[in-house]
Design a protein around this ligand. Structure first.
Ligand SMILES: CC(C)(COP(=O)(O)OP(=O)(O)OC[C@H]1O[C@@H](n2cnc3c(N)ncnc32)[C@H](O)[C@@H]1OP(=O)(O)O)[C@@H](O)C(=O)NCCC(=O)NCCS
Length: 246
């Protein structure tokens, strides 16, 4: 849907045949894939109608090679095993992270008022060091560059504290998914997630982007916070399969 709405992050979209396709693959800015160890930028998403088409893609193309790290996103059962088998056979280290997907049909409704002293703003490039340092899957130069790219292409929101430092933020990943939410520990439990999601959700809704997020199943704080403001858990598992060079 984000591709159809202006393709802000510049995905390349590939199909096996058209209009009767069996598989669709998107690749994030393939022309920028210069670093073979950068699994952030080499981001692919897959949807297939039959397993044979997936197998053909994995075995016959350059989507998964032994020379390049990747991340593959998808919601279909069996995707992770199929990728895992091919990537392991090609000498990559493979790990699957399984998320729950939640969607908000309308812009989320905050539960609390804005605390005095905080103000809403877009995330600025000057905040990237903080976002990168606190991102569980980040903390390195590649993730820093990746976050900066997301920020430049997609909407984001943060709440700035009295000294102008972000205390809570949210941004979209390359799939338009809200997967980068964070509140600094001193400000947790005050409903800041709802305030941010309401602001960002209005913007996404106005652009006709889906309002959805991916959350680890044991992240009860996040699951509570999101469902309390209107997000509805979706069936199935959102897989992120990471293949890295040994
Ligand atoms: C998940 C997270 C973003 C929630 O942010 P938040 O601004 O605290 O959100 P809320 O204030 O709406 O509260 C969320 C829930 O946290 C729980 N909570 C309350 N006080 C808390 C505290 N001091 N510390 C941690 N969690 C607390 C509450 O159970 C609350 O849910 P409830 O009110 O329905 O019971 C935040 O905990 C965080 O940054 N965690 C680490 C990174 C992370 O998991 N990000 C989400 C990725 S999907």
């Amino acid at each position: 849907m984000t591709v159809a709405r202006g393709n802000p992050v510049c995905h390349e979209v590939l199909v096996d045949s058209w209009p009767n396709f069996s598989i669709v693959l998107t690749r994030l800015r393939p022309e920028e894939h210069r670093d073979p160890r950068d699994h952030y930028t080499n981001q692919l998403a897959v949807f297939y109608r039959d397993k044979g088409a997936l197998q053909a893609l994995l075995e016959g193309t350059e989507a998964v090679t032994g020379e390049r790290a990747f991340q593959i996103l998808g919601m279909q059962d069996g995707l992770d095993q199929a990728v895992q088998e091919v990537a392991s056979a090609r000498g990559l280290k493979v790990e699957t992270i399984r998320y729950r997907a939640l969607m908000s049909p309308e812009p989320p409704q905050p539960r609390r008022q804005m605390p005095p002293g905080l103000r809403l703003a877009p995330v600025s490039p000057s905040h990237i060091a903080l976002l990168n340092a606190t991102w569980a899957l980040g903390g390195n130069a590649r993730s820093r560059a990746f976050l900066l790219g997301l920020l430049r292409a997609l909407p984001s929101a943060c709440l700035l504290g009295p000294r102008g430092r972000p205390v809570s933020w949210s941004l979209l990943d390359g799939q338009g998914c809200l997967r980068h939410g964070y509140t600094v520990p001193a400000w947790r439990g005050r409903g800041l997630t709802g305030l941010l999601m309401a602001a960002l959700g209005r913007e996404l809704h106005a652009r006709r982007f889906p309002i959805y997020c991916a959350v680890l199943p044991h992240n009860t704080a996040s699951l509570h916070a999101l469902q309390a403001i209107g997000f509805v858990p979706q069936p199935g598992t959102f897989h992120m399969i990471l293949g890295t060079l040994k």
